[in-house]
Design a protein around this ligand. Structure first.
Ligand SMILES: Nc1ncnc2c1ncn2[C@@H]1O[C@H](COP(=O)(O)OP(=O)(O)OP(=O)(O)O)[C@@H](O)[C@H]1O
Length: 616
């Protein structure tokens, strides 16, 4: 039966959650847990060199005072402690480097998951919030995958301390068996144990309360963090800088965002810090009380002669370590269980990505390619109105289709469905007669070269931008640049294909114009050389000469591919053998330019004349 949200997990479920986290950690940083455990082992045992030998030293001083034995003991204490402390520092340095690299790998892991997500899920605020919560847990709280190593290490260290303390105490008891010793009075020992158990229970209860309250804060922080991240990115975006200046948005952003994003976020940090102070403060008082109380108990028993002088410090240290290790062990177990709440958020995100990365058939050409829309209707998840209504059409290899229509008529939405980014609510789409859902998603996407309106050019070298790879075929890149009309400009640059763009990465990076960016995006589409080439407003930023150059050789460039052009410049569509006219999510007309113009009451005629009148 499915467990309801908020219900407690069983022991085996908790173990399963932890095991899954460990497998992710070992995948991202194979030696991280081992090195942490070795360090924990060393740190836990090092104090016992002094504890064990100090008893010998004091007893020797109080007894025979053999200088050889004393020197030998002191040397062992100093050299042993020094050696293990140096080893511990060395391992800590390694751990620090591993932590940085782990953070990097984990972010990469999250980014990969995000890239695997279905496109529609990427737009959904719920999944952005999940992502934000996971990243938030790395920086804001003590929870999540990054805490699990610390918690396991702490459990291991405390277990070692516990076992060692028990051995030492047992040794003292065996040595003093038959005589009076630390625990000879049953009543006092029992009372002491009860008080200590009470203190431990109080610490564990505090830790549970702190974890619970912190998780409550964390759950609320994600939304604030999301807003915060979004807006501060906007503030840092070079492209936004122009708008901010022209429209005097600075005050608006600072005032509004300070109140809506930054302030709640700061409040959460302050409340979290308050939580730490409250619970940490109480636990420090409890630990101090345990230490003082134990000292008094041991001191009184030493005064009565129940334990030797040498055993006072050894007994005290062992008992305090025993108590603190039991206390920390319980706290770690409680924290590791609380930490599972954070892990569940991470696993929810991973599982969504797993569902998203769909495997299936590999598309195969059958004398070419054919995609068909069968009565497709589609509504965006957040919308009330249908963006596409009962659309049917077919695109085949060796065909050029233009798509025209007023803003918001559904042209880009149709392309997004064609690429499989969204699923239609009604109807279906087929590739070579098979529904596109049955194909392997990545292999299906390989079929498309699309230049979207909101394409992105990276601050990387020109060659890498075109090939979308660090390794590329230079001849093919030059060929793609020539088709897009950007080869001469690239030739004139000293670094040519290695020329970095923009100044984000390389201070000598080249700033290019909007039209040149568009040419680069077009070159990228040509380089991919996919069987379907789709241009959504491909030449909006191009000058008339560049545009006419591209169109004049278009037939030759696209060859036998299936080409789709979305354009508001109807003159650019004339060369297409078929034009689809979209209006309010429907295809209302279909034909050649000449055919469509003959219908004087048609939308195409209206759109054509609206543009043509300015050229007459
Ligand atoms: N991600 C989205 N979520 C919700 N609604 C959307 C989304 N994208 C587009 N829409 C809506 O769907 C409708 C069709 O949009 P679409 O982008 O397909 O139009 P278009 O014909 O390409 O417009 P344009 O010519 O301006 O590019 C519009 O009403 C738009 O507001």
């Amino acid at each position: 039966m499915k467990r309801m949200k908020g219900e407690k997990s069983s022991f085996s479920e908790n173990i399963g959650l932890i095991k899954r986290a460990l497998s992710i950690i070992s995948q991202l940083s194979p030696n991280m847990l081992n090195i942490n455990l070795i360090k924990a082992f060393i740190d836990a045992l090092t104090p016992y060199i002094a504890i064990c030998l100090s008893a010998l030293i004091i007893d020797e001083l109080a007894g025979e005072r053999n200088s050889d034995v004393l020197i030998c003991c002191v040397l062992i204490v100093i050299s042993g402690t020094l050696f293990f402390n140096i080893l511990s520092i060395f391992l800590q340095e390694k751990i620090n480097i591993m932590n940085v690299s782990f953070h990097h790998e984990f972010k990469k892991f999250l980014n990969n998951l995000k890239l695997k997500l279905d496109y529609d899920k990427m737009e959904d605020p719920k999944y952005n919030e999940l992502h934000s919560k996971i990243v938030g847990s790395m920086f804001m709280t003590n929870g999540g995958i990054t805490s699990i190593i610390d918690l396991i290490t702490s459990m291991a260290a405390n277990s070692i301390s516990f076992i060692t303390a028990v051995i030492i105490i047992a040794r003292v008891l065996i040595k003093t068996s038959g005589k009076s010793n630390l625990f000879s009075s049953f009543g006092a020992g029992f009372l002491y144990t009860l008080i200590i158990i009470g203190c431990i229970a109080l610490t564990v209860r505090n830790s549970r309360k702190e974890s619970k309250e912190e998780f409550g804060l964390y759950k609320n922080c994600a939304t604030n963090r999301y807003v915060d991240y979004y807006h501060f990115n906007y503030m840092e975006d070079d492209k936004a800088a122009k708008d901010i200046r022209i429209f005097k948005q600075r005050d608006l952003i600072i005032d509004e965002l300070w109140n809506k994003a930054r302030k709640p976020w700061m409040n959460i940090l302050i409340r979290r810090s308050g939580l730490t102070q409250k619970y940490f403060g109480t636990n420090v008082i409890i630990s101090t009380f345990i230490g003082g109380f134990t000292y008094v108990v041991i001191g009184l028993r030493a005064l009565k002669g129940y334990i030797s002088l040498g055993n006072v410090s050894q007994s005290y240290a062992s008992i305090v370590i025993l108590i603190s290790s039991i206390q920390n062990l319980f706290v770690s177990v409680s924290q590791i269980i609380s930490n599972n709440d954070y892990l569940k958020v991470l696993y929810e995100y991973i599982d969504i990505s797993k569902i998203s990365s769909k495997e299936g058939l590999i598309p195969k050409a059958q004398k070419g390619w054919e995609i068909e829309f069968h009565n497709v209707s589609f509504k965006y998840p957040s919308a009330d109105e249908y963006a596409l209504k009962n659309i049917s059409f077919r695109i085949t290899s060796n065909s050029q289709t233009a798509v025209v229509g007023v803003n918001g008529s559904g042209k880009t939405t149709m392309i997004k469905l064609l690429c499989g980014f969204y699923q239609p609510q009604e109807g279906y789409i087929t590739l070579n007669g098979i529904r596109i859902n049955n194909y392997d998603r990545d292999a299906y996407l390989e079929l498309f070269s699309v230049v979207f309106q909101d394409f992105r050019i990276f601050a990387f070298p020109i060659g890498e931008n075109v090939a979308a790879s660090v390794h590329y075929d230079e001849n093919r890149v030059w060929d793609a640049l020539a088709k897009a009309g950007l080869n001469e400009k690239t030739e004139s640059l000293p670094e040519k294909l290695n020329q970095y763009l923009f100044k984000n990465i390389d201070a000598e990076g080249l700033e290019i114009s909007g039209g040149e960016e568009q040419k680069l995006a077009i070159a990228r589409a040509f380089y991919k050389d996919a069987p379907f080439i789709i241009f959504d407003e491909p030449t909006a930023a191009l000058d008339p000469i560049a545009e006419s150059e591209i169109y004049s050789k278009f037939n030759q460039i696209v060859g036998t591919k299936a080409a789709i052009f979305i354009s508001h410049r109807l003159s650019s569509c004339r060369f297409c053998k078929r034009i689809l006219v979209f209006d309010q999510g429907k295809i209302i007309q279909c034909g050649t330019h000449d055919e469509l113009l003959q219908n004087r009451n048609g939308k195409y005629y209206e759109l054509w004349n609206a543009q043509a009148q300015y050229y007459q």
